[in-house]
Structure formats: structure tokens, C-alpha cells
Design a protein around this ligand. Structure first.
Ligand SMILES: *Cc1c(COP(=O)(O)O)cnc(C)c1O
Length: 395
């Protein structure tokens, strides 16, 4: 049987070796702590679950979702209200908002909606691996723009070769950024709009961490930039701010032609989100914003705790102010994979090697703060102890 080339082009998981070692250690009874995955462990707030249960009992909701691919009118209206109150962005719920089965599906459908075979789609390196996969599955050609600490992990558009820009029709951006935690600035968003306009490039601004910011950093939507709606869409998600990763609910907002094109893709792919989940989503957006500061406080405490351990073992840096990840430079002279392996072998702690997010991720690891406090504490103590034993090699 033939397997499609579009799938074989997607790079395999880079850390098979490590994954095997983890499986083996667990089988041997080692208590492995994973700080590698970004998935909140705290449960979804009760009122959201209650709403799901109530709506699930109504037979009206057992049918195809209302307004199918676009999402229920009430859900889209709630999205518009949320964008207004959180970001000062006005949206027409009829044409500028769309319910999604998570923002990840939006990445994929964006490519299907506006990219022809052979078009280049720009993304950042390091970056979220699903962009490359979406571009390849949609028949586009991915092109990675490096992002570096000295530029605040924002891409420099004038570094991209002219012939690449000419063939580019799409651009993925994501700030607050996974994996680096970097945040955008209003001036940067203006540059994005100008670059996209000048070069006829559609922007997909993936913003699932828009609410996860620290230390006075402002929440920012791409659509708050002048002209942003003319050049692109923003994706957002209930996964991260409301601890709803498993529910699969998110949104696309912005340019109405792109929104209509994505609706057309959805109409012919899935038939929208189960109504009770949309009702639960409305409940989240309307009544559970208090969950956000509650979670930010938890992440902030964990962040401080991890930074304390890192400082103790000689890793001091100025952490960017977004997301529930820390993008941590490796000890001097050590590669991402070496550091990842040492933490695993000496402390049974798993972190994500920076190179999983692209080659410019070399020299970093990503630590996720979405683990219970006690497990994080245990992991930090183990790392400190491992360091004391190895001190000579690490300095
Ligand atoms: C978590 C994450 C997503 C996926 O969000 P869903 O709404 O759960 O699909 C998308 N983009 C980035 C950068 C993420 O980290």
C-alpha cells in the first residue's frame, strides 16, 4: 500500500532514542518526572463541566451542530465580546469569527484555505512543529526564519531572501511564543502588517497563550494592529487559559475572506463542534475569566521556583514574559540533547530539547510549568542534587 508523500515529508519525532529510554526507565520502576509537555494538570473549572452535562442531556444537542462549520451564533457572539473586553478588538460575529476544534486544526485549515502547491509559507525557527506539518500537508513549502534572543525572538523580515519573499503567500507567527516564551510588541505587529501588505502574504497569528503573560507584560492581539484584519487571521483557543486542552475548542477571528475560506474547508471536513462543548465554551468565556489570574498565580510561583534552581546551578538569564514554558540556555558548551540526557540520567527529569523546535533551538531546553507543585519541587531538588555531584563538569 502506498503512503502519501505529503506524510513522509513530515520529519519524524527527533527524540525516539530518549522516548525509548523513558519507557525503559519507567518499566524498571524509575519515578520519571516529565517537564516536557505543555498541558495544564489542574482540572477544567466546575461550572464549565456543569454546563456540558446539562447541555449533553438535551436531545436537541445530539444532532449535527447548529450552524455546523461556523459554530453556533451564540458562541461566535461570545467570542466577539471576549475579544472586545480582553483586547479592545471589535469583530462582526457573523463574518469575522469562527469556532474551531482547537487552534491546531486552524493552522492546518489556514494552509488549505490560502496556499497553492509550490507556494512558500514562512514560519519561525524555533517554532511549534505543527506549522511545518500543516504547510507540508497543505502542499506548501515551509521556510524557516530564525528567531534569536538578541532580537527578543522576533523575526527580522529583511533577513529573508527576496526570491523567497516573492514566492511566500503565508506566514505563521505565535507570540507569546512556544517554545521561547517571547512576547510581541505593538511596533512589531505594525511591521508584520506592513510586510504582509507589501508582499501579498496572509498571516496566521496563532495566539493560544494570549492570556498567559507575567511581570506586567500586556495581553496583545494581532488584530489590535491597524490593518491586521486586511492581511490575516488570529487563532485562539480555550485550551490553555481555561485548562480545556482535551475539549478541543478554539476560534479563528479576523479577515472575512479567510474566515469564509476556512469555513468552506470545515464544511467539507468536519461538521463543527459538538453543541454542548460550544455551550461549555460560552460558559468559559462569559463566566470563568477568574480562572486566568488563578492559573497565572500558580505558574508564576512555579516559574520563580524553577528559576531559583537554575540560578543555583549557574544558569542565569532574563526569561521572556509569556507562556507557561521556560526556554532555558544549556550550561556552557553543552548541547540541547546532552543536557536533556544528563537531566534524565542523573535526575530522572525529562525536559524538551530545544532542537525539537528547529535547529536554532540548539543550546536551549524547554521546561513546562504544567506539572503539580510537588512534582516540580521534587524535580528541582533532584536537579540541584545532581548538579552538586557533577559540579566540576558543569561549571
Ligand atoms: C497548545 C498549542 C496549540 C494547540 O492548541 P489547541 O487549541 O489545543 O489545538 C496551538 N499552537 C501552539 C503554539 C500551542 O502551543
Amino acid at each position: 500500500m502506498q503512503i502519501a508523500e505529503r506524510l513522509t515529508k513530515i520529519p519524524p519525532y527527533l527524540f525516539m532514542e530518549l522516548r525509548k529510554k523513558i519507557a525503559k526507565a519507567k518499566a524498571d520502576g524509575v519515578d520519571v518526572i516529565s517537564l516536557a509537555i505543555g498541558d495544564p494538570v489542574e482540572p477544567t473549572p466546575d461550572s464549565i463541566i456543569e454546563e456540558l452535562c446539562i447541555q449533553a442531556r438535551d436531545p436537541e444537542n445530539h444532532r449535527y451542530p447548529t450552524d455546523e462549520e461556523k459554530g453556533m451564533r451564540q458562541f461566535r457572539e461570545e467570542i466577539a465580546k471576549w475579544y472586545k473586553s480582553r483586547y479592545g478588538v471589535g469583530l462582526d460575529p457573523a463574518t469575522e469569527a469562527l469556532g474551531l476544534i482547537g487552534s491546531k486544526e486552524g493552522c492546518h485549515h489556514f494552509v488549505l484555505a490560502c496556499i497553492n502547491p509550490g507556494d512558500i509559507v514562512l514560519m519561525t525557527d524555533p517554532g511549534y512543529p505543527a506549522y511545518r506539518a500543516s504547510i507540508l500537508m497543505g502542499g506548501g513549502i515551509p521556510y524557516s526564519v530564525p528567531i534569536r534572543p538578541e532580537n527578543g525572538y522576533l523575526p527580522a523580515f529583511d533577513e529573508i531572501p527576496t526570491d523567497v519573499v516573492e514566492k511566500s503567500r503565508g506566514l505563521f507567527l505565535n507570540y507569546p511564543n512556544n517554545p521561547t516564551g517571547a512576547c510581541a510588541t505593538p511596533a512589531f505587529l505594525d511591521r508584520v502588517v506592513a510586510f504582509a501588505k507589501d508582499n501579498n502574504i496572509a498571516v496566521c497569528y496563532d495566539n493560544p497563550y494570549s492570556e498567559i503573560v507575567f511581570d506586567g507584560q500586556k495581553r496583545l492581539s494581532f488584530l489590535s494592529a491597524d490593518g491586521a484584519k486586511e492581511v490575516g487571521i488570529e487563532l485562539n483557543s480555550l485550551s490553555k487559559p481555561y485548562n480545556m486542552t482535551g475539549w478541543r475548542i478554539g476560534m479563528a477571528v479576523g479577515n472575512r475572506d479567510l474566515i469564509a475560506a476556512i469555513s468552506k474547508v470545515k464544511e467539507n471536513t468536519d461538521s463543527g463542534i459538538f453543541n454542548p462543548i460550544q455551550f461549555a465554551g460560552i460558559q468559559a468565556l462569559r463566566r470563568e475569566n477568574k480562572n486566568i489570574p488563578r492559573m497565572l498565580k500558580i505558574y508564576k510561583t512555579r516559574r520563580t521556583r524553577v528559576l531559583k534552581t537554575l540560578a543555583k546551578i549557574g544558569i542565569e538569564f532574563d526569561p521572556p514574559k509569556g507562556t507557561f514554558y521556560l526556554w532555558v540556555p544549556t550550561p556552557k558548551g553543552m548541547s540541547s540533547l546532552e543536557f536533556t540526557n544528563i537531566l534524565f540520567e542523573k535526575a530522572a527529569v525529562v525536559v524538551a530539547a530545544g532542537t525539537a523546535y528547529g535547529r536554532y533551538g540548539e543550546g536551549f531546553v524547554r521546561i513546562s510549568l504544567t506539572v503539580p507543585d510537588q512534582r516540580l519541587e521534587e524535580a528541582m531538588v533532584r536537579i540541584e542534587n545532581a548538579f552538586i555531584q557533577r559540579k566540576k563538569q558543569w561549571k
